[in-house]
Design a protein around this ligand. Structure first.
Ligand SMILES: *Cc1c(COP(=O)(O)O)cnc(C)c1O
Length: 245
């Protein structure tokens, strides 16, 4: 076997072991919460990692792939066009990137303003595609209303109005909510607040069942508070280092 082939095999084994450990964590958290493991979808956040890792994940049965930067995501989606994947855009999104994202994304988790919903609607329409959008909720009570928190998202009180703006675009569907736990607070309390916002959105849009919450460091708390989709990078693929991601 060539050096390159050996390296690829070692990488695949490493990811497989990480996935096994991750699944155990998720199953344990589900058991504790009285939920079924099948209710929780793992999205592999592959930012900074190559398309070859996406292929490994797909072979292991992980077909939900998350990215947070358009340029990188567009390239990787093109490289993996032959695979049957769902691409999740999870990063802050400038309106002028809507056109590119509309070409490959299946779900945008980070819709945080009506203007972005309108831009995505127009671009998805032009591409003759469909797109599921999640309302990104700012769970940081320390950031003033109307001002973007450090990690983005709409004020919880405005979440339903933003869902209305998404629903007003024919090609967009309201899928649910997404959040990143704020720093400097136990994640459980934040995820509990997210659950309340998710319920409000779902009261109005019954199909909006997604709660995208929980990353490598806080997925247990997210599962406990109803997360349906976990966005996991580090625990699957390793540390990204300090300069990126
Ligand atoms: C990078 C990223 C993740 C994954 O974080 P890990 O801690 O590496 O699991 C999840 N959500 C968003 C929005 C991200 O940017």
């Amino acid at each position: 076997m060539s050096m390159a082939a050996k390296r690829n095999e070692a990488r695949a084994e490493h990811i497989e072991a990480n996935l096994r450990a991750l699944r155990e964590r998720v199953d344990t958290a589900c058991e504790k919460a009285g939920r079924s493991g099948g209710d929780v979808t793992i999205i592999a956040v592959t930012k900074t990692y190559p398309a070859s890792d996406v292929r490994v994940l797909a072979e292991l049965g992980i077909c939900d792939i998350g990215e947070n930067r358009d340029q990188e995501a567009a390239l990787k989606a093109a490289e993996c066009r032959d695979l049957d994947l769902r691409w999740h855009f999870v990063g802050q999104l400038q309106t002028n990137k809507a056109r590119s994202v509309a070409r490959y994304a299946d779900v945008v988790h980070s819709v945080d303003r009506a203007r972005l919903a309108r831009a995505l609607g127009a671009r998805v329409r032009a591409e003759e595609r469909e797109l599921t959008c999640l309302v990104q909720v700012n769970l940081d009570p320390g950031s003033a209303a109307g001002v973007l928190g450090p990690r983005g998202g709409v004020d919880p009180r405005d979440a339903v109005a933003l869902a209305d703006a998404i629903a007003a675009e024919e090609e967009l569907s309201v899928g649910g909510v997404m959040a990143v736990a704020p720093r400097g607070e136990e994640p459980a309390g934040a995820f509990e607040r997210l659950y309340a916002v998710a319920s409000e959105v779902r009261d109005r849009y019954p199909q909006a069942t997604v709660i995208s919450a929980g990353m490598s460091g806080d997925l247990e708390a997210a599962v406990e508070h109803g997360a349906t989709h976990l966005r996991v990078g580090t625990a699957l693929l390793g540390n990204r280092g300090t300069n990126v991601g």
